[in-house]
Write a protein that binds this ligand. Structure first.
Ligand SMILES: Nc1ncnc2c1ncn2[C@@H]1O[C@H](COP(=O)(O)OP(=O)(O)OP(=O)(O)O)[C@@H](O)[C@H]1O
Ligand SMILES: [Mg+2]
Length: 835
């Protein structure tokens, strides 16, 4: 194509030559990087400002100001310190998480081929500037908007911009120096070449591209995943409960003693204590540390929430080549239609692969690895390969005549033939002959050989163009046979996935017999089979029913691949799709978790949420485990918040009803909340028990509620017992009461982490040192503050030994019961114990 392009490049050669590096650098400095959405990293100041503007924090700050104004400088100081500490905690963690994700994204970023200083170079897409000349082949995306300089059979998929599902033809602009409005002569960022090749002159980059102008709104409409929706719903539920509780407290205080500053502050502190303000941070940090761990195992995550989807995935669809086979395709011989020598078949095949435009598939690569035939040929016209037709045609001149050479999926090719080559002569392709050839195709396929059929048709020497209608009345020449050895490691990888509760389905464009042979060789557990033709005949509802049981899909077209994925999702499955070709991109996009490999085509990599650096299902099984671990950790946080935190706050609200004073000073609640938050910072690093990761997990609100309704009241019962004990048995005064209750509540809250982080008896599952350090550290700090003279500043008093002993007893009793009840509380819908 190089020669072709420079031959036709006659007008304005300066534009077609591209830029020099120096000029490109100058332009880059002037127009900025080529990013559709400029992801400005929010400055530290902006982040702090955003946090301080959040309603709860804002109320806290107002409370601090009121305290200061009334001369209560102690409260002022403590509130400000607490707000600052928790803001710093939050921002530092989140920032670290973002850095991880940015670095991961960059490591799998797409590159483009650009003409610079007269040579073709691969440069990162974000360095492209107006004036650059970019070369594109099928499967690549246009990195910016521009004018088509040259093209061969270029067809672009512009669905992302126009919604138009069919590929549109592109042609060279008559004069690239005056870019007209004709969209057929332009290529746009966000669209991709599905066939052919092209060179474009970049005119607009970054946010000035058409895609850039809509990218912001496109991103905003990215639908949240089921998990994100679930967590959000829980957050809203808690928020409503909080609102209700705070109103309740305010009202009772109002009725009993009129609204004082202290009771207002108490309500505010309660609200702060109840909101799971750390949840977003815990989620991001858990997912980001999961992403970092996965990257070490060669799984790169582009979208953080995909980790969770990966853990919840219960069906994995995969294509065949490269994942289940080695993708080292070799030509093992050709067979003439009459069973004779296949040299003529191989020569025709070779010229077809050599001369045809458009995307080259791995079969073309295998063919062109063969020595060139003796006779030469020249191209007249062609119809490139596509995954719907499954064939490619070239009109060529070889020797004296003009002939059409077609190669493609053999059974379909056979139906376009009416004659067959036998020795030097042509014979009609009668029923017997057809049956014999079909039997041969099937027999070779069952040996694991991939076949391509080859056919020809003679045309008058003057014919110089080619249409789809010309692909008929062909003479069948014979077959070429290819071998793509199975990947031995695939068996173990699939077994691991199956053991992890992931059903593996194969979705391939290849023939039934080949896929069947592969499945048998690798001993994969796979039932049933549907062909593309059968799928085309099924309505959506019928397909949803069939896709559940069937594990093998063969001779499917690209849009059928995505139809299968959508049907599985409608059947309630969490679906992963793994593929590497142009033909896989729509299905990768349609799946809950889109998976691709690092050396896949750009469109597949762009559609994917997760990129495997090794084309190996084994690393995927690792990734699934990691996904489940992050889910288990997030659930730990959710459960802690739902049970102990919620229980404590509830008891405090109740106590404020019956006690003649507030059960804790507002500052003490804030301190309690801060220390509790710190104690949980180690959760993202925690391990999960193997049995809790054995099955796919999806967000289960009923399970969360069940846990809350059992564990919450349990902690409340003990809180109320503590109140009774302190008031009735010890006749504690305000300060002793508050100190004792602070000690009991923070001790139980923190220690219960070690119980509910596992469904096993707590002593047989060891927490991660980071979690042990943060939680025990926070507990030690709490006890130090409350029980030493430092605490006087916050209104704590020295505790008499009997009170301290009683609190220790109550805490112990609570923990023993919590350990017993957690098994009931964690039981899932099917009696399985949740992580
Ligand atoms: N270069 C080519 N020229 C003609 N026909 C081809 C060419 N490449 C592939 N085909 C035909 O198209 C069919 C579908 O392609 P292919 O098998 O690569 O699809 P796929 O869905 O990506 O399969 P896999 O599951 O193996 O990745 C092939 O089986 C073959 O018959
Ligand atoms: Mg493929």
């Amino acid at each position: 194509m190089q020669d072709q392009l420079s031959n036709t490049a006659t007008t304005r050669p300066d534009l077609r030559a591209g830029l020099g590096e120096a000029e490109a650098a100058r332009r880059l400095a002037q127009v900025g990087p080529n990013l559709a959405v400029i992801a400005v990293r929010r400055s530290l100041l902006a982040r702090i400002a955003k946090r301080l503007m959040e309603p709860l924090v804002a109320i806290l700050l107002i409370a601090a100001v009121i305290s200061g104004a009334t001369g209560d400088w102690r409260s002022f100081g403590v509130i400000v310190v607490i707000v600052l500490l928790s803001t710093a905690l939050d921002i530092a963690q989140e920032r670290k998480a973002e850095d991880v994700v940015t670095a991961l994204r960059r490591s799998v970023a797409v590159k483009a081929t650009v003409r610079r200083d007269g040579a073709l170079r691969e440069i990162p897409v974000h360095d492209i500037v107006p004036g650059d000349v970019v070369r594109l082949t099928a499967g690549q995306s246009a990195p910016a908007d521009g004018v088509v300089l040259e093209e061969r059979d270029a067809m672009a998929d512009e669905a992302a911009l126009t919604g138009e599902p069919y590929a549109v033809e592109k042609r060279a602009a008559p004069d690239p120096s005056v870019p007209g409005d004709d969209p057929a002569c332009r290529l746009f960022a966000g669209t991709s070449l599905v066939s052919g090749e092209a060179e474009m002159l970049v005119t607009e980059t970054g946010a000035r591209t058409r895609f850039g102008s809509i990218a912001a709104s496109v991103q905003a409409t990215e639908p949240p995943t089921a998990f994100e929706r679930g967590v959000h719903a829980l957050g809203m539920l808690i928020l409503r409960l909080t609102g209700f509780l705070v109103l309740f407290v305010l009202l009772t205080q109002l009725m009993r003693q009129g609204l004082t500053l202290e009771s207002f502050m108490f309500a505010v502190a309660l609200a702060v204590g109840l909101t799971p303000e750390l949840l977003p941070m815990i989620m991001t940090v858990t997912l980001a540390s999961g992403a970092a761990r996965m990257a070490k195992r060669k799984v790169v995550v582009k979208r953080l929430s995909a980790i969770h989807d990966l853990g919840g995935m219960d069906v994995l669809c995969t294509d065949k080549t490269g994942t289940l086979t080695q993708a080292h395709i070799t030509h093992v011989g050709s067979l003439a239609a009459d069973g004779g020598d296949g040299a003529a078949v191989t020569a025709a095949l070779w010229w077809n692969s050599r001369l045809v435009g458009g995307a080259r598939t791995n079969l073309d690569d295998a063919i062109l690895a063969l020595p060139a035939p003796a006779e030469t040929a020249e191209r007249v016209a062609d119809l490139p390969f596509d995954f719907e037709r499954r064939r490619s045609s070239v009109l060529l001149r070889r020797g004296e005549g003009t002939e059409l050479v077609v190669k493609g999926a053999p059974e379909a090719l056979l139906s376009l033939c009416d004659r067959v080559q036998a020795g030097g002569a042509e014979r009609p392709l009668d029923v017997n002959e057809r049956t014999r050839l079909e039997g041969l195709i099937d027999a070779k396929g069952r040996e694991g050989l991939r076949l391509l059929g080859v056919a020809r048709r003679a045309f008058p020497a003057a014919k110089d163009s080619l249409g789809k209608a010309d692909e008929s009345g062909l003479v069948f020449l014979g077959f070429a046979m290819f071998l793509d050895p199975p990947k031995a490691s695939a068996t173990e990888a699939v077994t691991r996935l199956v053991e992890a509760g992931v059903r593996v389905k194969i979705v391939s464009g290849d023939a039934a017999a080949v896929v069947r042979h592969l499945v048998e060789t690798l001993k994969l557990p796979a039932k049933g089979m549907l062909t593309g033709a059968e799928i085309a005949a099924l309505g959506d509802a019928a397909l949803v029913k069939r896709v559940r049981e069937v594990d093998l899909f063969v001779r499917v077209a690209p849009d059928q691949k995505s139809r299968i994925v959508r049907a599985l999702r409608r059947a309630g499955k969490t679906v992963g799709f793994m593929g590497d070709g142009i033909n896989d991109a729509p299905a990768i996009h349609a799946a809950d978790v889109g998976l691709s490999v690092d050396d896949a085509t750009d469109v597949a990599r762009e559609a994917a949420d997760i990129i495997l650096l090794d084309s190996d299902l084994g690393v995927l099984a690792d990734g699934v485990a990691e996904g489940r671990r992050t889910y288990a950790n997030i659930m730990k946080y959710v459960r802690m918040g739902a049970s102990s935190n919620f229980g404590n706050m509830l008891s405090m609200a109740l106590a404020s009803l019956v006690l003649p004073f507030l059960p804790l000073a507002p500052l003490q609640i804030l301190l309690n909340n801060l220390l509790y938050d710190v104690s949980e910072v180690g959760i993202p690093f925690d391990q999960a028990d193997p049995e809790s990761m054995a099955r796919p997990r999806a967000w289960d609100m009923r399970q969360v509620l069940r846990f809350t309704l059992i564990m919450g009241p349990l902690s409340s019962v003990f809180d109320l017992a503590t109140f009774a004990l302190l008031r009735l048995a010890f006749d504690a005064d305000v300060e002793v009461f508050r100190t004792a209750w602070f000690v009991e509540s923070i001790t139980t809250q923190i220690l219960v982490i070690f119980l509910i982080r596992t469904a096993r008896p707590f002593w047989s599952s060891r927490p991660h040192p980071a979690l042990a350090a943060t939680s025990l550290g926070a507990l030690a700090a709490a006890l130090l503050i409350a029980l030493t003279p430092v605490g006087r500043l916050l209104g704590f008093a020295a505790l008499p030994a009997p009170v301290l002993a009683a609190m220790a007893m109550v805490s112990l009793a609570y923990l023993v019961l919590a350990e017993k009840l957690k098994r009931v509380a964690m039981r899932g819908r099917h009696g399985v114990v949740a992580p």
